[in-house]
Each structure stands twice: as C-alpha cells, then as structure tokens.
Design a binder for this molecule. Structure first.
Ligand code: K7E
Ligand code: CUA
Length: 766
C-alpha cells in the first residue's frame, strides 16, 4: 500500500523536496574555474550569455528551416538554437503519425506524381504568410525542387494540410514566395522541360522545352491553395531561379531570376563541353519581370490563358501583347533577387560576379512606360537595358548569393559563397559597412523577418553548406552548420554553431514568437488534416465495432490509461479500420497507437481522431499499445487484435486471469481508495479556493479530472455491486479500476495545483 500511495500528492512533493536537500555538498566551481577548465574566453562567455536560455525560458523568435532532402520542416528557437519540432511535409514522419494515419496519407497522396508515391522531397524555401507585407504567423509554405510541389502548413497546429503538384513543370526552384497579402504564392521552374508527359528530343529544346512561373492562388479564409484559380506564365527555356514578389509600391509585380539563358543542353558523353561551361558562357542572364495583378484580372475575365493539364497557361505571345512580361539583364548566373522592405529596390547578385546590383523599381516602370528597350530575346520579349534601371552596384565579395534586410534603414546582408563570409552593406549609398568570415561556404542567410516590410534586426543566421571540422565527426556524411550572428551592433559578431543533421536546409525564415498562436488541443473528434469534425469521432461510452461483410470499422477512444476497445476480434482477410479519438483536454496528453506487423503508428493529440486502415490478411495475435509515456500506467495501455482463421469457432470458455482475489484483498483496496480520495479532496479544495477559471490550462485539467472522477464513480458502483454478490474477484478488480481513475484524477489535480502555484493564482473569497 505504501508503494501505491507514493503516487499521491504528499509523498510526491516530499520526494522532490528530499532530492533538493540531499544535493551533494562539494564546493561548486566558480565562473573563472569553469572558463579555465573548458578553455573559454570572455568573448565566449558573452556569446553564451546572449544565447543561453534558462530552463523554462522561451525564445524571442521561431525559425522555420527547410529540412532539405528529408522533405520536412524544422522549427527552432532563436537565440537558443534549440530544435522544437520536425514537421512532416513531403515525407512520412512517424512520431506525428504523418503518412501512417489515413488522414495524413490523404495529404501525402495529393503529392503523387504519375500515380507514384514520392516519399522524399527536396525542400528549399519556406515562406511565411503575410498581411500587408508583414509576417502574420498564420501559414507556412514550402516547395519541393525535385518534384515540383508546394505544401501548405497551418501554424495553428503546425501540420501539413495540402500538397499541390505543378501539372506543367518537371522541376522547380523559385518557390515559395508570397505576395504581400498572400493572395498568390510564386513557384518558378528550374530545369526546362516539355509541358506534359510526352517525350520530346533535346534537339527541339528551343521550340518545345519551356520554363515557367506559376502564381498559385491562396484562399486566406480556407487556408488552401486553389489550383482552379491559379495561373502560369509560359517562359523561355532558361533555368528560372529564385523569385520575390513586390510589396508596397511594387505590389502587383513579381521578379524571377534565371541562369543558363544560353539554353545549353550539355552532353559530355556526346563529346560536348559540360553544362557548367555552356550555362555560364554569357556575361548576363535575365531577370523576368511579371505583372501578376494585371495577368490575374485578364485571366479572370477570360481574355487570356488557355487550360493545359488543368492549369491556366498564359502564352508568351499573350504576355507580350498585354505588357505582362519583360526581361532585364543581370550579371552573371544570378541566384538571389530580394525586394527591399520599402518595395522600392531589388537587390540582385550573380554567383560568378563579385558585385551586388541594385535595380530601382521606379526606373523599371519608367523604362516600360517610355518603351526604353534594347531589343528582344529570341522569344520576342522586350529587354530593358541595365543602365536604365540601375540604382547602384557594390563590390561585396566573390560569389554573392542571397540578401536579407536589417531593421536599420538601407542596411542589407549578402551571403558570399566563395569567400565564405557575410557582407553588410548600404544599398542606398552603395557602400560596404562590415564583413564577417563564417565557417564555410555560406548559402542562404536569414535575418529576423528580414524579407518583410518590417525586418526586426537583432540576429542573422548563416546557413553554411559544409560543416567540415566544426563538430564531432560522425562519418563521411556531415551535418550542415547554421551559425547564429549578432547584428545588433555596428560589427557583426558570431555567437553559436548549430549542427543540422536532416538534409541540406537551403533556406530558413523566422518570425517573432509572439505572433504565433498555436492551439494546445483540437475540438473533440477532429480530423486535423481537413480541419473538420471527423466522421469517426467517438465519445466516451460510445465505443463500438461495426462490421459489414468483411469491412470492419472500430470506433475507439484513448484516455489515460486505456484504449477502448481492449480486444478487437476480426477474421482473416477482413478490411480493418481502427478510428481512435483522444478524449483528453489537458495539454500535452498525447497518446500513440502502434501495432505489431501492420505498419501502424498513430499520434493522437488531445481531441484528435486518427485512423489506421489495413487488411488483416494473416491469422494471428497482434498486440497494440500506446507509444507515449502518458501516465504511470502507460505500459498497461494495451490491447489485442485477434485475427481468427476463417471458420474459427470460439470454445465458449471464459478467459481466466492468472491471479484471483479474496474479500481481504477487496477490503484493503477500498481502504486505499478512501485514503486517495482524501488527497483528491484536499487538492480540489486548494484549486476551487483559487481563481483557477482565469487559467485555461487549469480549466482543461479540471475538466479532464472531473471526467476521470466520473469514471471512478462508475467503477466504484460496479465494485460494490460485485461485493454485494460476494464476487470478490470482480469486486477487487473494479475497486482497483476505481483507484486507477482516482490516481489519474489526483495526477491532473496536482498538475493543476502546481500550475496555479507557479502562475500566481490568488485565493478567492467564498
Ligand atoms: Cu540552395 Cu535558395 Cu535552393 Cu541558394 S538555394 S544556396
Ligand atoms: Cu497513452 Cu501511454
């Protein structure tokens, strides 16, 4: 009995207290000694103080990083650089049940290509939704370069809701970039290909291969992309690259880089020089300038655009005739184009040029209005001369790639790949302000909300392509290295190295954490992927197994600490779907559901309904259990799927447990239960004497505790009924179940009490 009572409040608290008192009493090291022992400098200590986040502390910003080839998104905090979540996007993610429950399988199935499941992604550019050009914390988008796809993640629950496949492209790179009110999401091709599945020989590259730029329509109310209201610009077979949407004065326009405007097709084994030579022979490539707002109007009015593979395609002739598409030369093999926070300038850098170039949007508009063109490309698109639009160019270093902005006016940071450094410069005056070496080949860099109208300054993250010798060696495949840099002063200062071991995270975007309002639970019986009530929602006490021929639906529930039903009997060959609703409301009370041999693993967060479907094609015994350590009796959160052979007849004999009980066992259990009830009463007294209703997490705990106590009453009644019949075995077992519910009630009550104590609840007068 004393072992059991350990679970109750007083002994738990005493245990914790005892630990603190019993702490070893050898002399603590002081800061100086630690610095000496670990070889730390004062600068290191300062950097540590700027990033260290004490226990329970929160980060000021959350970063959403591409997970590269993993097809996931990583979420980490800044400045602590602690990883908080991997969001499954294009790839199954077992912990979240992503790609294992029926609901998320339906999302991944949207990403099939030519009928094939594509279970990886080459994610490159995450983008946060914006309102008036400012990050609003509602949605996140990310692209897949290898298989031209875009995904929508809802930041209400950090789950992937939708995947769209570009029906025209065969690869893409210039996505995801949002317009200033997230009306459209840009996605541009990378490697030109024919629009369609048919074979076209490379000899017809110039005529039949095409690039393109899709503006995907985003429905901000529904939080979904609408393919039927989206459109694509047909573009020449140049390798389109990154894009950015205009904002403020340049809203309505989009900008897309390109490389390999040489239209070289390679073929080293045919005796031709390689792609890399042929694709970088010219001094300039082209920035594509598109008027998406006017294009959207003309498409909506049915004046332009023809449907190809279910996508409205604006031909180059239509774009030219309606002044929707222009080209501006840009030096050389460009990679990044970034619109300044005020929307007035574009910063462009070419990988093979040591300058960053600043184009003026006003000047672009003026050149178009005055028809100041230097000719046309082979497809008849007008070319605006650089000199007409150039604001300034600055020598920033060898191999400039990407740029991000500071909260300080006119200040921009550019990643310098070959020189492995970050250059801070002034794009208004055209001068370099500071340079900081980073560890190795930097790709993207990122400042806080640095691609919006209101960059937050403070920190910069350098995304280095190679980690080389930065971390403990872990074999030939190294992690990537995100370096945190303090940009609050005049001089940039390196603070921290963070290994990213998931894939090549090309780009990251960050948002002020206080802009995010994530939920802690779902509405009861929720399909989190469609964001509607699940048709399989099941309430407590309504669990059932419904059979229609060989189709079996199990309507089940999970709650601390049991899965209902605990026994599922089906026949060999049955099609089985198990639908489980988590009845909990308390935050973080997630249950899992895993089963032997059926590739079943669900994550069922409070309120969620998740389903697992499979064919029970082999007779046998399949244990299942909860995969989250959810309570003291988590290990007992278990059950059996019994797949009976065809024609099986039950023996009719009751299953007999290994142990039987006496009246004395029953009485002892009841005694324990009465003692436990005293603990519950004292906790309830503490809670109800305080303003607990002002604390939503406590209200949820109290609701769950009340449910559990209700179950305890039911078990108590059953136990007393059995005792009345002198059925001591069932009396004892039901008394034990009554106690199980009490323990769960007490556990939640204590958590609520602790929360109230830690959050300054006050006593209320009765
Ligand atoms: Cu690797 Cu933006 Cu895809 Cu540059 S990208 S580095
Ligand atoms: Cu539920 Cu363990």
């Amino acid at each position: 009995m004393s072992v059991r009572l350990k679970l109750t409040g007083t002994s738990l608290a005493a245990g914790l207290l005892g630990l603190a008192i019993a702490a070893p009493s050898f002399a603590a090291e002081d800061l100086k000694q630690v610095m000496e022992r670990r070889g730390l400098t004062e600068k290191n200590i300062l950097a540590a103080a700027k990033t260290y986040t004490p226990t329970g502390g929160r980060d000021e910003f959350l970063a959403f990083s591409s997970g590269g080839q993993s097809g996931h998104v990583l979420v980490y905090g800044i400045p602590s650089m602690r990883i908080l979540k991997y969001i499954g996007v294009f790839t199954p993610e077992p912990w979240q049940g992503y790609g294992f429950d029926d609901e998320s399988k339906a999302v991944l199935a949207q990403g099939r290509i030519m009928g094939k499941d594509i279970t990886f992604g080459d994610t490159h550019h995450p983008a946060l939704s914006e309102t008036k050009g400012d990050s609003d914390g509602r949605y996140l988008f990310i692209n897949d370069k290898a298989n031209p796809r875009l995904a929508v993640i809802d930041l209400h629950d950090f789950e992937t809701k939708q995947i769209v496949v570009n029906p025209l492209f065969r690869s893409e790179h210039g996505g995801a970039f949002v317009t200033q009110d997230t009306d459209y999401i840009m996605e541009a091709t990378q490697y030109a290909a024919p629009y369609g599945d048919e074979f076209v020989p490379l000899e017809e590259f110039n005529e039949k291969y095409r690039g393109g730029l899709t503006y995907w329509r985003f429905n901000n109310e529904k939080g979904r992309i609408e393919p039927e209201n989206s459109f694509t610009f047909e573009l020449p077979p140049y390798s389109q690259d990154l894009s950015d949407a205009g904002k403020g004065p340049s809203d309505g326009w989009g900008f897309t880089n390109s490389f390999c405007t040489e239209r070289y097709v390679g073929g080293t084994m045919r005796g031709r020089p390689p792609f890399e030579a042929g694709c970088s022979a010219k001094d300039t490539d082209f920035l594509h300038v598109t008027n998406w707002k006017k294009a959207a109007e003309l498409v909506a009015a049915g004046k332009i655009g023809k449907e190809v593979n279910g996508m409205k395609l604006i031909s180059m002739e239509e774009a030219i005739a309606n002044d929707l598409l222009f080209l501006i030369p840009e030096p050389k093999s460009p990679h990044g184009v970034d619109v300044t926070p005020d929307g007035k300038m574009l910063v462009i850098s070419g990988k093979l040029d040591s300058h960053a170039w600043v184009y003026s949007f006003d000047k672009i508009m003026k050149a178009i209005a005055d028809k100041k063109f230097e000719g046309k490309d082979p497809y008849g698109i007008s070319i605006i001369p650089i000199k007409e639009v150039l604001h300034t160019s600055v020598e920033v270093g060898l191999g400039p790639l990407h740029s991000q902005f500071d909260s300080k006016k006119c200040v921009v940071y550019t990643s310098i790949y070959v020189d492995s450094m970050v250059t801070k410069w002034d794009y208004c005056e055209g001068k370099v302000l500071d340079q900081l070496p980073v560890h190795y080949n930097i790709g993207h860099l990122m400042t806080m909300e640095g691609d919006t109208v209101s960059p937050q300054g403070k920190y910069l993250v350098a995304l280095n392509k190679l980690a080389i010798d930065r971390f403990n060696p872990v074999g030939p495949l190294h992690p990537q290295n995100h370096q945190l840099i303090d940009i609050s002063g005049d001089k940039m200062e390196l603070l921290y190295d963070m290994p990213v071991p998931l894939g090549e995270p090309h780009y990251v975007t960050a948002i002020r954490a206080d802009k995010l309002k994530p939920a802690v639970r779902y509405k009861s019986g929720w399909n989190s992927r469609t964001d509607t009530k699940s048709e399989w929602k099941t309430r407590a006490g309504r669990e059932k197994i419904v059979r229609d021929g060989n189709r079996v639906h199990v309507y089940g529930t999970v709650i601390r600490s049991h899965i209902t039903p605990e026994i599922i009997e089906v026949t060999e060959g049955d099609n089985v779907s198990i639908h489980l609703t988590n009845l909990e409301r308390a935050q973080d009370e997630t249950h899992g559901f895993a089963m032997y041999g059926q590739n079943v693993q669900l994550s069922i967060e409070p309120g969620k309904t998740a389903s697992a479907s499979f064919v029970a094609d082999k007779a046998g015994v399949y244990p299942y259990y909860c995969t989250e350590f959810c309570s003291a009796l988590h290990l007992e959160m278990q059950g059996y799927l019994l797949v009976q052979p065809k024609g099986y007849k039950a023996s009719g004999v009751e299953a007999v447990a290994g142990t039987t009980y006496t009246e004395a066992d029953y009485n002892k259990q009841v005694e324990t239960n009465i003692a436990t009830q005293d603990v519950i009463n004292s906790v309830v007294g503490f809670i109800t004497a305080r303003n607990f209703k002002d604390f939503p997490p406590v209200v949820a705990l109290v609701e769950d505790a009340t449910d559990q106590l209700g179950f305890a009453d039911e078990a108590k009644a059953k136990s007393e009924a059995a005792a009345g019949k002198k059925d001591w075995n069932n009396a004892m077992l039901w008394a034990n179940q009554w106690w199980q519910y009490q323990v769960k009630t007490a556990d939640m009550g204590l958590r609520a009490k602790t929360y109230l104590e830690e959050h300054g609840a006050v006593e209320v007068k009765k």
